[in-house]
Design a protein around this ligand. Sequence first.
Ligand SMILES: NC(=O)c1ccc[n+]([C@@H]2O[C@H](COP(=O)([O-])OP(=O)(O)OC[C@H]3O[C@@H](n4cnc5c(N)ncnc54)[C@H](O)[C@@H]3O)[C@@H](O)[C@H]2O)c1
Length: 362
Amino acid sequence: MLKIGIIGCGYISQKHLDTLLRINRVELAAVSDVQKSKMETAANYYRKAKGHIGSIEYYEDYLDLIQDEEIDIVLIAVISGLHGNIAKQALLAGKHVIVEKPLALSIEEADDIISLSKAKQKKVLVCHQLRYRPVMAKIKQVLKEGHLGDPYLGVASARINRSPEYYAQATWRGSWEHDGGMLINQGIHIVDLLIWLLGDMETVYGEIGAGSLHQKETEDFAAGIINFSNHAKGVIEVNSVTKPSNQGYSLSLFCEKGSLTISGNGLDRLDHCFIENGDLLVEELKTLSSKKNEHFYMYQNFIDCIENDQSDLVMDASEGKRALEAIFAIYQSNNLKNPITMPVTSFSTKEMKQVSVGRKKT
Ligand SMILES: NC(=O)c1ccc[n+]([C@@H]2O[C@H](COP(=O)([O-])OP(=O)(O)OC[C@H]3O[C@@H](n4cnc5c(N)ncnc54)[C@H](O)[C@@H]3O)[C@@H](O)[C@H]2O)c1
């Protein structure tokens, strides 16, 4: 039985606890949070739901959890600005790591994590769970097998609403140092899917901005254009100021032999799908579009890889770095007013503190 310790017992930790309750190859052995009540709530929830009678350690300092010899896997679910450093510390201590998105807030930290994962021969899973959704895995397979022919254009949208209260609830949100921008927090899943499906990026152009009601440090909206090495183009448009409320996400692909759009608040509606001579595939995609369970599949893949080194981890640290690179390139491009030739070799969201993102109400 593998033992896991959770660092950060806030909102997203609940999703992980619910998944752990359904996985019988891992058990919760420790929790860490700066707020004791949050550790208690998380541990009690797990104990009660699982009927767990083993001990669950509480650590106010996450470094103590990392040093706990009983722990095999460290799950990092704290504020984003701490992900990179905690992941490095955990790998140095010889732990496997599950890190919430984003992997880190700088290219340098992402590279360190990738190197340490190799050097220590420990797995790093980055929680871009949508890659594990059955319909997304099927779209990837359909593209790879050539049923859609050459991809021409992909469009990724996130049109959501995050109120001033959302940012007021937790001060780390909306800061370049602790959260990264809105593209990193809210846009990263749809950006990751787009580049996962379309492949290697050659150049990225982007601009970001903020509305007149802007109250936080980071951007409210962003637009990007990606040129992929297979000649496909990608368009990204993400905003967190959609009135009056969330309109959801959407991902479209336009290819030589077909096109599709998947959208909705939960990205679970196949609005359009056509594949030349592919009626059966279209039916299969329609059936799969409402199926979720991605966290469960993500954990299964991770544990399979720990138990059998030959298995492929769909979302490892190198893959987690790709969405960061795309987004960092949009920020760099915005600052330099030029397209960026990939790869991005150095960038930290802290650099954005010097940048004025747009209008401020006077
Ligand atoms: N994969 C997804 O779909 C998804 C969804 C939501 C959030 N997230 C990610 O999860 C992370 C956490 O987001 P959240 O919404 O749960 O935030 P949150 O504010 O609800 O929870 C963060 C928790 O970390 C704790 N914390 C802060 N500093 C700490 C420290 N030094 N040591 C231990 N604990 C500490 C806080 O007390 C809090 O309980 C973010 O990085 C976010 O991007 C991912």
